[in-house]
Design a protein around this ligand. Structure first.
Ligand code: ZN
Length: 224
């Protein structure tokens, strides 16, 4: 039987590694991305370039879905002109409430239509900003709710859940060699400011928390 997976693919570093991970494990892989009114569309613009470079006979359709509702709700530094800092809730202002739960729900619904029950996402609780919807418990509880609500077994694979950014770079090398590491450096965007300035660790402003995490992970990976 053909195994298939749907990868939540934003065009960032983590989801690109997840895509390579899925291509190594499944016979057929489709991708889904979400336009939720992000202030910077650099990530979304990177998606087709990365997909082109990872093209293989396993890689199937790409889906780009609109989730304007997150922009309508607003209030996050990722959707509105809000300063990136620690918020009163104890979470950074980059937190978009409900985002990953919504992404998983919509991906599962799309998967239902596409005959795919295996989802792959880059959520990670090891080395991130403490977003509660990136935690394994949240992701697995959502998978359980979706399995009940769709009356089929939905599995959510999170290959990055327990590894840090340095190990994510190492996983990229393990999956796709230097070529994949180079592709991630050249094409993926994770900067909260959508800055395209080049560095040895990739493109970004070099200042925001996402760039800081990516740069320090790269340094550790390179053994510097
Ligand atoms: Zn940045």
């Amino acid at each position: 039987m053909t195994s298939s997976a749907l990868v939540l693919f934003s065009g960032g570093q983590d989801s690109t590694v997840c895509l390579a991970w899925a291509l190594a494990r499944f016979d057929r892989v489709e991708t889904v991305g979400f336009d939720y009114g992000q202030r910077h569309s650099a990530e979304l613009a990177a998606r087709p370039r990365i997909l082109e470079k990872l093209a293989s006979d396993k890689l199937g359709a790409d889906h780009l879905l609109s989730l304007d509702v997150l922009k309508q709700i607003g209030g996050s530094a990722l959707t509105d002109d809000v300063k990136i800092e620690m918020g009163a809730s104890g979470l950074p202002t980059t937190f978009v409430p409900g985002r990953n739960i919504l992404f998983l729900t919509v991906a599962a619904a799309l998967g239902y239509r596409r005959g795919i029950a295996e989802l792959v996402g880059g959520m990670c609780e090891t080395d991130f900003s403490g977003y509660p919807d990136c935690r394994d418990q949240t992701v697995q509880a959502t998978a359980r709710a979706l399995s009940l609500g769709l009356a089929r077994d939905i599995t959510v694979h999170t290959p990055l859940m327990w590894i840090d950014k340095a190990a994510t770079w190492a996983l990229a090398e393990e999956l796709g060699g230097q070529a994949l590491v180079d592709l991630i450096v050249a094409e993926t965007v994770t900067c909260y400011n959508g800055d395209p300035a080049p560095h040895d660790w990739g493109k970004g402003c070099g200042e925001c928390p996402s760039c800081a995490l990516r740069a320090s992970g790269y340094k550790k990976y390179r053994g510097a």
